[in-house]
Ligand binder design. Structure first.
Ligand code: PHE
Length: 219
């Protein structure tokens, strides 16, 4: 029942931040992190994550909601081996009755098995995002050493691959959904990061430099 949802790359500040319970003084809004678009009073920016599609989907679609949203996102990061100012994420969002942390856990487990192999397991660590409560960082057991510890997992046996959590009741309510009756979960992962792990790519700039030898290695 999952559907692919879409949203604009040139996004309003409201969808990108306010609707996700990210307060006006949150550091993620700063010019150092975010590409704002002139004129300033238009409150437009290049979306810094795919999470604004959460609110767009909640406002326009019927419940229960099962969506994934792949797309391009922008941050004013310095270009280096693991950062580019433009990259891709995949967002997931489920909202319905009786949606629990167990549903989130089961979904994440399935995703990592499909992406990294049947034998992989997940580990959830407490974290913080303004739009989910509780929030978690999701680790996958290392697909290279199986958890024993190696250079890929930096000897920890685990690799961090995404952020996730239960949709904050305030976010549900901002979209007019009754948070007493409905609940939901969301997750977001970086596409390049997953591809780099899976295919042993050590420099993210390869995705964007247009050198044909980069794509030919996957033939
Ligand atoms: N949007 C968050 C980020 O870019 C990831 C996230 C998505 C976290 C959904 C929780 C739920 O860091």
């Amino acid at each position: 029942g999952w559907e692919v949802a879409d949203g604009p790359e040139l996004e309003s500040e409201w969808y990108n931040f306010d609707a996700l319970n990210i307060k006006p003084d949150h550091p993620a809004r700063e010019m150092q992190d975010t590409f704002y678009v002139e004129p300033k009073n238009a409150h437009l920016l290049l979306r810094t994550h795919t999470s604004p599609v959460q609110m767009r989907a909640m406002l326009t679609r019927e419940l229960p909601l099962y969506i994934v949203c792949p797309g391009q996102v922008y941050r004013t990061d310095e270009l280096d081996a693991t950062h580019t100012p433009v990259f891709h994420q995949i967002e997931g969002l489920v909202v319905g009755e009786n949606i629990s942390m167990a549903n989130l856990q089961g979904t994440l487990q399935l995703i990592v098995q499909k992406m990294f192999g049947q034998d992989r397991s997940i580990r959830l660590r407490p974290s913080y995002f303004p739009f989910t409560e509780p929030s978690v960082e999701v680790d996958v057991s290392c697909f290279k050493c199986g958890g024993a510890g190696c250079n890929v997992c930096k000897k920890t046996g685990w690799i961090e691959i995404m952020g996730a959590g239960m949709v904050h009741p305030r976010v549900l309510e901002m979209s007019g959904i009754d948070a007493e009756k409905y609940s939901g979960f969301a997750f977001g992962l970086g596409q390049e990061r997953v591809a780099m792990l899976r295919y042993g790519i050590n420099d993210i700039r390869g995705f964007y430099q247009g050198d044909i030898r980069f794509s030919q290695q996957f033939k």
